[in-house]
Design a protein around this ligand. Structure first.
Ligand SMILES: C[S@@+](CC[C@H](N)C(=O)[O-])C[C@H]1O[C@@H](n2cnc3c(N)ncnc32)[C@H](O)[C@@H]1O
Length: 322
């Protein structure tokens, strides 16, 4: 399992960049960017080197943690996956590329693409001193245009990108990404009802085109959750001092809520139930909400079933369990 916290090389590169910048300026810029996102805006608000750094300091630890948690879940179901090539669509500062490089030592060719010059420049700067990442290739351009020219990759990732694409274009982008996927396509979005809705719409669309779900769902059927419920997960990550200052945070950790789907070309052999919320451990029984091959299930494990109870005590929200 890869740690959800930023790798030391990336932390050091971010700290190095921050040295020439005022933390209060970075905090003000990060707050303005967050306000834009909350109001439905996009990364177009990130225009300068200082904006890009502020975005990375404020958001990269959390999006990295969400992508890593998704990759950990994927690897658990697909331990045979050894991707050699990566395509990171809407790569921004390179978050998903760093996460994938940590998760898969097999990766040899890493390609990023994005339309934002400031984020691209920052990504290349952060990667410059990394042994794994210094030879990445970073294409500049609008995702659909760049994808049309891109080589296919074993692993294609779009992390926190679909929410920046207009509703009408999301399917077309997903189709293009799927067409460039040799093995697995991972989509990660904020863990809000709207983020989940985008994931589930593209999941259904790509299943209709022949995709199979590796994670989180143990099936390729329709999602059994009914509104107002939605499928999302939570990953805790540590906050560095700089991260706390830029976010004006008081606690040294953050819980990032995210929704994701990993879609593969080949049918998936392992179908393990997914824990959809933190189980309730009571004196008499453990109650867990699971997504199973048969649909949604509220499973009760009585204390008297000693071995089952002991193993259910270890279940955590997001785990794949048998
Ligand atoms: C919220 S950022 C996420 C960046 C990175 N994937 C991460 O997880 O930290 C969204 C990124 O998608 C890029 N993006 C949005 N729409 C795009 C498009 N149509 N073509 C290329 N890049 C796009 C933005 O420039 C930005 O870098």
């Amino acid at each position: 399992m890869t740690s959800p916290d930023l790798p030391a090389e990336l932390k050091a590169a971010l700290d190095g960049k921050l040295r020439g910048f005022s933390r209060s300026d970075a905090a003000a810029r990060a707050a303005a960017i967050s306000k834009t996102y909350r109001a439905g805006g996009n990364s177009g608000a990130i225009r300068s080197e200082a904006d890009a750094l502020a975005y990375a300091l404020a958001r990269m630890p959390a999006t990295y943690a969400a992508v890593t948690a998704s990759l950990n879940a994927l690897i658990e179901i697909r331990p045979d996956l050894v991707p050699k090539t990566l395509l990171d669509v809407g790569a921004g500062p390179g978050t998903a590329t760093w996460a994938a490089a940590e998760a898969f030592s097999s990766l040899q060719h890493l390609t990023l693409l994005d339309a934002n010059d400031a984020l691209r420049a920052l990504a290349l700067d952060l990667a410059r001193d990394s042994t794994r990442l210094r030879n990445v290739s970073y294409e500049r351009g609008e995702a659909r245009t760049a994808l049309a020219k891109a080589d296919a990759a074993d692993l294609v990732v779009a992390s926190y990108v679909i929410n920046e694409i207009g509703d009408a274009e999301q399917r077309a982008l997903a189709e293009l990404m799927w067409a460039r996927t040799n093995d697995t396509l991972l989509l990660v979005e904020p863990g809000t009802p709207a983020g989940y809705a985008r994931i589930i719409a593209l999941r259904d669309h790509l299943i209709a085109l022949g995709a199979h779900v590796a994670a989180p769902c143990p099936h390729d059927g329709p999602c059994p959750l009914q509104p107002p419920d939605w499928c999302h997960f939570s990953q805790r990550l540590q906050r560095s001092r700089a991260h706390m200052q830029v976010k004006g945070a008081e606690v040294p950790f953050e819980d990032e809520r995210f929704s994701y789907v990993a879609l593969t070309r080949a049918p998936v052999a392992q179908r393990r139930s997914r824990v959809l919320a933190q189980p309730d451990v009571g004196k008499v029984e453990i109650t867990a909400k699971l997504c199973t091959t048969e649909g949604l299930s509220v499973t009760r494990v009585p204390r008297r079933a000693k071995a089952d109870y002991a193993s259910a005590r270890r279940w955590r929200w997001g785990d794949a369990v048998s």
